[in-house]
Design a binder for this molecule. Structure first.
Ligand SMILES: Cc1cc2nc3c(=O)[nH]c(=O)nc-3n(C[C@H](O)[C@H](O)[C@H](O)COP(=O)(O)OP(=O)(O)OC[C@H]3O[C@@H](n4cnc5c(N)ncnc54)[C@H](O)[C@@H]3O)c2cc1C
Length: 431
């Protein structure tokens, strides 16, 4: 009888685990099922590019069916699990409940935005975590410019021309940089807005932006943003949000119709329903081989939803990055295969040799093998890195075409608004 390996979550961790299992497991020795709530993997590092209109939103995803040849795909939400019985309950997209019996389970459900009980945050702020967030943000910037342009009174225009990002990690810095770049390129189409000018503010609770990169690169990223007129406020938090403004911990009220919340992540809600041991932050407790405590040889957890010990920093869990998740996915596949008689289990040993972060305006910061890069060379490295990492030749070519078209012809400034939602049919008695 073939073993059944179930992977819950088809993002960076789950997709790379499934791909590696296809390679390391002998044909017909096991059935692998990947459960994901969409039939694609979202390539999140390119999400700011989709928000900033250098990339078509469909081109920042990897279609799972065309990349995974021998994996069964079940589209639905993993809802709960019973480790004693070895079952995972999934709500399929048609609402039906499916119970999957597994011999081996890999949990890779990723994370969601971590919100705080700040007045007005849930009602008025936007996240930058999904494809629809990226599309909504781009449309929001354009509709703010469109409305501001139609107003005669400059005072009334001010809040439409204010944009606040809270949280200066990858998502916040890259998201703000790309969107500000986009807005500053299309603003020539809005003469009143161009004359009045926009206000872009980045708010960060810690003493520096981009905690993921070295202090030198973080300083460079800050100077680059400030050089473009973006206000960077560190040691500052968000106190309150309304539909017209953001109030900060230093007391200032920034007029803004657009407040973007990118201040950290927490594990997906379903993780708590899997009956697995969790640490204080809600992540699944695993050892260095990514085996879940109390379920060795049967259940593993990887990526943002797991507290995998960081080989680079003793006593700390790995940071929530795509770089870590995809390497954990590859390693966990080999460890799962080892328990089925193929190879040996090994701990997760990877240490990052590089970081790249695009800042729009053909600028970026990067570290590769200890060498620091800034500006145009860093931007070239960042794009080459993503091009190499994006799975599939067709997907790589789509990125290349989008980037080059945007470089030559500029960004598309149309607001497709409700694109993707269904327009009700109108009935008429007339034939
Ligand atoms: C805007 C942005 C920019 C980023 N830039 C970078 C960067 O430049 N470099 C970097 O290293 N990292 C970056 N990151 C972080 C990176 O995206 C994550 O660390 C990485 O995706 C984690 O991989 P994962 O597999 O744990 O989770 P994910 O990649 O999020 O995958 C989880 C998958 O599970 C699915 N899922 C969730 N719940 C369920 C459920 N109940 N049932 C079924 N499926 C479910 C999700 O839809 C998703 O497909 C960025 C993140 C964001 C938001």
């Amino acid at each position: 009888m073939a073993w059944h390996v179930v992977i819950a979550g088809g993002g960076f961790g789950g997709f790379y685990a499934a791909r590696a299992l296809e390679r390391v497991l002998p044909a017909h020795s096991a059935r692998v099922t990947l459960v994901n709530d969409a039939n694609f993997m979202l390539y999140t590092p390119l999400l700011p590019g989709a928000a900033g209109a250098t990339l078509d939103p469909r081109h920042v995803v990897v279609p799972l069916r065309s990349q995974l040849k021998h994996t069964d795909l079940l589209i639905g939400r993993a809802h709960s699990a019973d480790p004693a019985k070895g079952t995972l309950t999934v709500r399929r997209i048609d609402g039906e409940e499916v119970i999957l019996a597994y011999d081996r389970l890999v949990v890779a459900l990723g994370s969601v935005s971590r919100t705080l009980p700040i007045p007005g945050l849930a009602e008025h702020a936007i996240g930058l975590k999904s494809l629809s967030d990226a599309t909504a943000l781009r449309n929001q910037v354009l509709s703010c410019l469109d409305i501001a342009e139609s107003l005669d009174d400059p005072a009334e225009r001010a809040d439409y021309l204010g944009f606040v990002f809270v949280g200066a990690g990858y998502a916040g810095v890259e998201g703000l940089a790309e969107l500000q770049d986009f807005a500053s390129r299309v603003i020539d189409l809005y003469p009143r807005c161009r004359t009045q000018g926009m206000r872009w503010v980045l708010v960060e609770a810690r003493e520096r932006i981009m905690g993921e990169v070295s202090k030198g690169l973080s300083r460079f990223a800050r100077r680059e943003l400030e050089g473009r007129g973006i206000e960077v406020l560190t040691d500052t938090t968000l106190r309150e949000v309304s539909n017209r403004s953001a109030t900060l911990s230093d007391g200032q009220r920034v007029l803004a119709r657009t407040v973007v919340w990118t201040a950290g992540v927490k594990p997906a809600a379903e993780v708590a329903r899997l009956r697995l041991p969790l640490e204080g932050g809600g992540r699944i407790v695993v050892d260095s081989k990514m085996r879940v405590e109390g379920h060795h040889g049967q259940i593993w957890a990887i990526g943002d939803c797991a507290a995998v010990p960081d080989p680079a920093h003793r006593g700390r869990p790995c940071p929530p990055t795509a770089q870590h998740a995809l390497r954990q996915g590859r390693r966990v596949a080999r460890n799962v295969a080892a328990t089925l008689g193929n190879g040996r289990e090994k701990p997760f040993r990877w240490r990052s040799l590089g970081v790249v972060a695009e800042l729009g305006h053909n600028q970026a910061v990067a570290i590769t093998a200890g060498v620091r890069w800034r500006g145009l060379p860093a931007w070239f490295i960042a794009r080459t890195y993503h091009l190499l990492l994006m799975p599939g030749l067709g997907r790589k070519l789509r990125l290349l075409v989008d980037w080059n078209v945007a470089l030559i012809f500029g960004r598309d400034a149309s607001d497709p608004g409700r694109l993707g939602s269904r327009t009700p049919l109108e009935y008429s008695d007339e034939p």
